[in-house]
Design a binder for this molecule. Structure first.
Ligand code: MG
Ligand code: ZN
Length: 189
């Protein structure tokens, strides 16, 4: 069972500090509890799949290579603490982008389910046994779209978002940060 369970993990404002468009790996700052949270999920046997919208690529603010370098930096910091994200998936698209190859409507921009479907193909995870964790309502909407449970964290935009829920959207849990989210996941899996 555990091998089919995943946490679809938002990046900015959830695993690392929200800094606007993150255009250099040197600007990566994990929250102090992030490594502990990911390691706990690793040890429990859940897949940890990052799913992040990076429309800055389509907008021409930074390249896909920069995003890859950011993820390599995150992986290195996590590895120092014995933690690992199983896959780093991102959506590079935006309908209003300037970079032609990425300027389009897609199914992988959250709350679209394209990145979750990729995890189903590549890891055999079962979305209905899984969780989405993030600081925006679109992360909860992703959970709803795929039949997962949705956890909103109050880091990043979360403290503001908490009080501005879109009509009809309710989180399964609202917690202070990623380590609390990991605890909630492990108690509600
Ligand atoms: Mg976020
Ligand atoms: Zn996309």
């Amino acid at each position: 069972m555990a091998g089919n369970q995943a946490v679809f993990l938002d990046r900015d404002g959830t695993l690392i500090e929200e800094v606007g468009y993150l255009d250099r790996p040197e600007r990566v700052a994990l929250f102090p509890w992030s490594t502990d949270a990911i390691r706990a999920l690793n040890r429990a046997g859940l897949r940890v799949i990052m799913v992040t919208n990076q429309s800055g690529i389509a907008r021409g603010f930074f390249t896909a290579e920069v995003v890859d370098a950011v993820h390599a930096r995150i992986a290195a910091v996590l590895a120092e603490g014995g933690a690992a994200v199983d896959a780093y998936y991102y959506c590079p698209h935006h309908p209003d982008g300037k970079v032609r190859e990425y300027a389009r409507v897609c199914d992988c921009r959250k709350p679209g389910r394209g990145l979750v479907d990729r995890a189903v193909r590549e890891f055999g995870v079962d979305p209905e046994q899984s969780f989405a964790v993030g600081d925006r309502w679109l992360d909860v909407a992703l959970a709803r779209a795929v039949g997962a449970k949705g956890v909103l964290v109050r880091t990043g935009y979360g403290a503001t978002e908490e009080h501005q829920p879109p009509a009809g959207l309710v989180a399964d849990a609202v917690v202070n940060n990623l380590v609390e989210a990991a605890s909630w996941v492990l108690m509600n899996r």
